[in-house]
Design a protein around this ligand. Structure first.
Ligand code: CMC
Length: 392
């Protein structure tokens, strides 16, 4: 075929042109549609950023109102959909349930499946943003054996998500504004990250003209792995293991450096960021604020700080340009908010939803798009004759 180069992990392959997200990995810069991530995290809401990513511009006040109202109107899930979610074992990993649920949405909304019909794509967009929030809160409720709660349209997207997740009949629920702000910020930080593993998956699946739901469900599955979105849960498992095993951070770090049993420092390293992950810097500050405010003294935070301190001054990490990534501290914040570790990656998925949708929509409209179909360098046997089983 004349193909001679293999590019494992696509380290040096641009799969598309995109005008959504800009990253300069050496300088630690991340921008959505030109806006610096720190300014968006500070000033905007998640739905505003979703609109920005999907439609290309920040919404005016009336555009944002109309968009919010449209999302609100679709927040309820169909009773049969609730029944469907109820068929999974309670202790099933919520990422598996979430991927199945996103896929199943397509069976409930056949009027939103045609990738070539702009109105249908817009409906699927809003349905995904609205339903994923309800689904994610229900993932938590089912795990703890509590009923699905109905949305309250008078509250904001994040505020009502927290209520639907944590409210009980025993007392009126008011989310702490510090928690609402912190979660809003975290969702904004996760909203897009150009051609990462899950987004590339969404684009490749979509390049066959599969539906937005099918493409995004594939993205959720890609996100679940511990090298990608699953890292936030894996960080907490790692910290718990260090604590319960009575291991010192030094001993653990020696294991990492010696690559003993393939142990990696979860929440560290990034394919693109080689100075620091600008999202991690914001998250670290937020972790301090939230944990302080909630009075959540967490021993695990001290372990995390200890690991980071060693890593930042150790040759192994310095030479390889390994810095904390967005996942290093997020789990500790989610935990302080009351989420269990299995829910951390679904929260990442909730945040990444606008990015997946925006990238899929850009792909569908791009005249350069072709079906994703990489080639290979074949290394197997040369031609040989078939031998019947009786003769083998
Ligand atoms: N701990 C210890 N060593 C590491 C780590 C780590 N977390 N990450 C990379 N290395 C080493 C790796 O062993 C290799 O060393 P050597 O050259 O001696 O073989 C070198 O650094 C380069 O690593 P790589 O695996 O070739 O780098 P990559 O760009 O393919 O992988 C990564 C990027 C994020 C998958 C990887 O850094 C990793 O596994 N990190 C831990 C998991 C994690 O935190 N993932 C979240 C990423 S950010 C959010 C997201 O994408 O969802």
């Amino acid at each position: 075929t004349g193909l001679v180069t293999v590019d494992p992990g696509f380290m040096n392959t641009a799969s598309c042109e995109s005008s959504i997200t800009y990253i300069d990995g050496d300088a630690g810069i991340l921008r959505y549609r030109g806006y610096p991530i720190d300014q968006l995290a500070e000033g905007s809401t998640f739905l505003e950023v979703a609109y920005l990513l999907i439609y290309g511009e920040l919404p005016s006040a009336s555009e944002l109102d109309a968009f919010t109202e449209r999302v609100n109107r679709h927040t309820l899930v169909h009773e049969d959909f609730r029944t469907f979610m109820g068929t999974f074992p309670r202790n099933a990993h919520p990422m598996a349930v979430l991927a199945s649920a996103v896929n199943a949405l397509s069976t409930f909304y056949p009027e939103s499946l045609d990738p070539t019909d702009e109105e249908q794509v817009d409906l699927a967009t809003v349905l995904l943003l609205a339903k994923t929030r309800t689904i994610t809160s229900y993932l938590h409720r089912r795990r703890v054996g509590e009923p699905l709660l109905y949305p309250d349209y008078s509250r904001g997207y994040v505020d009502d998500f927290l209520r639907m997740t944590f409210a009980t009949p025993y007392e009126a629920y008011e989310a702490d504004p510090v928690v609402v702000d912190a979660l809003e910020k975290l969702l904004v930080l996760h909203a897009d990250h150009e051609q990462n593993c899950s987004t590339s998956t969404v684009r490749v699946v979509g390049s066959s003209n599969a539906t937005l739901y099918a493409s995004v469900a594939a993205g959720v599955n890609a996100l679940s792995g511990p090298a990608h979105g699953g890292a936030n849960e894996a960080v907490l498992t790692m910290l718990e293991k260090i604590r319960s095993g009575g291991e010192t951070v030094e001993t653990f770090m020696n294991k990492v450096k010696n690559k003993q049993d393939g142990v990696r420092l979860m929440g560290f390293g990034h394919r693109v960021y080689k100075s620091y992950d600008p999202r991690a810097a914001i998250v670290k500050k937020s972790a301090d604020e939230v944990l302080d405010k909630l009075g959540a003294k967490d021993e695990l935070l001290d372990i995390a700080r200890g690991l980071e301190e060693i890593a930042l001054s150790d040759d192994y990490f310095v030479e390889r340009k390994l810095y904390p990534n967005v996942d290093f501290y997020t789990g500790l914040i989610y935990k302080a908010m009351g989420f269990e570790p299995a829910m951390f990656t679904p929260l990442f998925a909730l945040g990444r939803m606008p990015g997946w949708i925006a990238q899929w929509r850009e792909m569908i409209k791009d005249p350069q798009t072709k079906i994703g179909r990489p080639r290979q360098v074949y290394t197997g046997a040369t031609e040989r004759p078939y031998v019947p089983v009786s003769a083998r």
